[in-house]
Design a protein around this ligand. Sequence first.
Ligand SMILES: Cc1cc2nc3c(=O)[nH]c(=O)nc-3n(C[C@H](O)[C@H](O)[C@H](O)COP(=O)(O)O)c2cc1C
Length: 208
Amino acid sequence: MPTLLKIDSSPMGETSVSRKLTAEFAKTWIKAHPNGTVISRDLTTLNIPVINGDWVAAAYTPEDARTAEQKKVLAVSDLLIAELQKADEYVLGIPMHNFSIPSTLKLWIDQIVRIGKTIAYSATGAEGLLKGKKATLLLASGGVYEQGSGREAFNFVTPYLRTIFGFMGITDVHFIAAGGTQKLMTGEVDPQTFLAPSLERVHAQASL
Ligand SMILES: Cc1cc2nc3c(=O)[nH]c(=O)nc-3n(C[C@H](O)[C@H](O)[C@H](O)COP(=O)(O)O)c2cc1C
């Protein structure tokens, strides 16, 4: 039974563009996988802790030697990693914040990139342990950063996410960017017209 993990990180609720795209992706995906399961994770409501020295010490302590306190420190990380391991496919909604990813998404990344769980080190270097998974990353930004826009260098979202997913072994990563959402705020374009090209790509990707 295939499982999709849907992750949202926009704080903008109903008005969020990235949330509209992830919702539509999940709706289309479940039609294409009628016996599938969707796990939904909203990073804005989980209160993900910032990693600290205790977290790092716990993560580097062998599992069977961890104290009860260390197990508690890693509980959120365990939960989020279990979701990644269970799912075959991921869809993430990502708003651009200050040319980068939202802080909640960075907190999630810090919890899931973990030695022995999602990455391993050997004599030959680092190896990602989430091999064979597929990810679709749905980006929303006020401005446009596509090739040819002249603003590609301001986009730290795409290269960072490609790198960190690849680091965990996830190399089948597909990006769909809904750039220019500021036009929605100024009323230059209506939501339906603005979303149409992104939704078309979302439907095609979710049906694969
Ligand atoms: C705190 C904050 C920072 C933002 N920084 C940028 C930015 O650096 N570049 C940009 O193009 N848009 C920026 N925006 C606009 C958002 O990317 C845009 O509103 C987008 O639609 C957010 O996705 P969402 O609708 O799913 O929340 C920012 C918005 C917020 C709230």
